[in-house]
Design a protein around this ligand. Structure first.
Ligand code: EPU
Length: 422
């Protein structure tokens, strides 16, 4: 299994990073291909592990997929009828496999869709009860059998109303996709307005769907007869972007990131400014540098436009080096502080109480051998290793490769002393 070896401390790192397309946009967009009679073309595709897993999943359902990594494009065509069983081996390695439920149900409402439930994951319990309750509001019943949820309707899907009890990202995307061909109009309230969900809505509307915002978190979806073909350029990855901004932050360096809409990181930029970093934004880039005295802060994660839970472990690493007492409250997942024990092994002082982390910032971290346990934890540990004195080895970095494109290369290019071994 591949490991990273990072020699530190890397100080005052300077450079530019080109941000890839957003994984969490790409996955639902790929699942949305099931809705189309002909082909869809996706541009700015990030060819990370999860994207290949979703490709395998679509192929197993009967789609034909052509892609060019150098051109960053993927073409998915659905000339044949799909198979209607989503197997456990693909959903268990990538939770986003549940995103096939909505489009399969939309396209084949009177057949029986069988989707393996993914179960828990490293971040804590990850239920699909609100996805299923949403499908029920459209007239779809479900039953659980041997770890698979079976979904079907008697009379097809009929527009109604559904309010999500709490914001769910993939739940919103699934319900939107399920509603595309309904009879009548479906009203959804308390939806996720993460940029990746808006990306999906834009793609579907540009391809002939009828989704309209009625308020900040409310939409109506009017059923259309069919979707034929579509083409879309995926937005830049705001989590990858923030990860590299944190490289600039933790090394007191100067980093410019390109291909990112700063409006997708407004809360994160505010927090960096509050700590004392200088941030300059342009329409499609963000620059970070630090001249000022840095100070500890308190923050709370939340659904967009609040500070993203995915960006929290990255800031956690940065705060271990900022003098004073910082506090982070995590409101989305029950187990999101997995980077803390690894950073503490480098000499950080983080204590966890329920959903809060107290960080007593200090100036120096020391290298340690660490094990990664999920996607964003990998980058958090990388940040610690970048700042720490000595050589750190990070195992199980396959978690990181699920979502960061060309991770080693991008870090090397800005001057991080990183190598890998199997
Ligand atoms: N939840 C339920 N029932 C549901 C749906 C969600 O209880 O039916 C709970 C979850 O257990 C969780 C909370 O609601 O506590 C929010 O979960 P959400 O459904 O929003 O998360 P997700 O859609 O499964 C996506 C991203 C995650 C990101 C979260 C939160 C994708 C493919 N995944 O997950 O990304 O952390 O939203 O923003 O879009 C990552 O990229 O590393 C990653 C984990």
């Amino acid at each position: 299994m591949k490991k990273f070896i990072i020699k530190g401390p890397n100080k005052a790192i300077k450079g530019e990073v080109n941000i890839s397309g957003a994984k969490n946009s790409c996955l639902p967009l790929m699942a949305a291909s099931i809705l189309f009679k002909n082909k869809i073309t996706l541009k700015n595709v990030p060819f990370v592990k999860d994207v290949f897993t979703m490709k395998d999943l679509l192929v197993s359902l009967g789609a034909k997929v052509y892609f060019s990594e150098s051109k960053k494009i993927m073409i998915i065509s659905n000339k044949n009828n799909h198979k209607l069983t989503v197997p456990y081996n693909l959903v268990s390695t990538m939770r986003a496999g549940v995103l096939t439920m909505g489009p399969l149900l939309a396209r084949y409402p009177q057949k029986r869709i069988k989707v393996a439930l993914g179960g828990g994951c490293a971040l804590g319990v990850r239920d699909t009860n609100w996805h299923l309750a949403g499908f029920k509001s459209l007239g779809a019943k479900n039953s659980l059998n041997s770890g698979y949820v079976n979904i079907t309707t008697n009379r097809g899907l009929i527009g109604n109303k559904y309010k999500f009890p709490k914001v769910t990202v993939t739940g919103t995307s699934n319900l939107i996709m399920a509603s595309i061909f309904i009879k009548g109009t479906h009203y959804l309230k308390n939806i996720s307005i993460e940029p990746e969900v808006i990306d999906l809505i834009n793609f579907l509307n540009n391809s002939g769907a009828k989704i309209k915002f009625l308020g900040k978190r409310s939409i109506k979806i009017k059923g259309v007869k069919e979707l034929l073909s579509g083409s879309h350029t995926i937005i830049g990855d705001r989590i990858e972007a923030f990860s590299y901004l944190c490289v600039g932050a933790i090394t007191n360096g100067k980093i410019k990131i390109n291909n990112i809409n700063p409006n997708h990181l407004l809360s994160e930029i505010n927090i960096l400014k509050k700590i004392g970093y200088n941030i300059e934004t342009k329409i499609n880039s963000i620059k970070i540098s630090s001249k000022n005295k840095l100070k500890a802060i308190n923050l709370r994660t939340g659904p967009f436009p609040n500070f993203a839970t995915d960006n929290m472990p990255l800031l956690l690493a940065v705060l271990t080096t900022v003098k004073g007492k910082s506090q982070i409250e995590e409101t989305i997942f029950s187990n999101r502080f997995m980077a803390a024990p690894e950073l503490n092994r480098m000499g950080a002082n983080i204590s966890i109480k329920k959903n809060k982390a107290i960080i007593i910032g200090q100036k120096k971290l020391n290298a340690a051998d660490c094990i990664s346990s999920d996607l964003r934890t990998t980058f958090s540990i990388i940040l610690g290793a970048i700042a720490a004195s000595g050589s750190s080895t990070i195992s199980r970095i396959y978690h990181g490769l699920r979502g960061y494109y060309n991770l080693e290369l991008k870090l090397k290019k800005i001057g991080i002393q990183i190598t890998s071994k199997s």
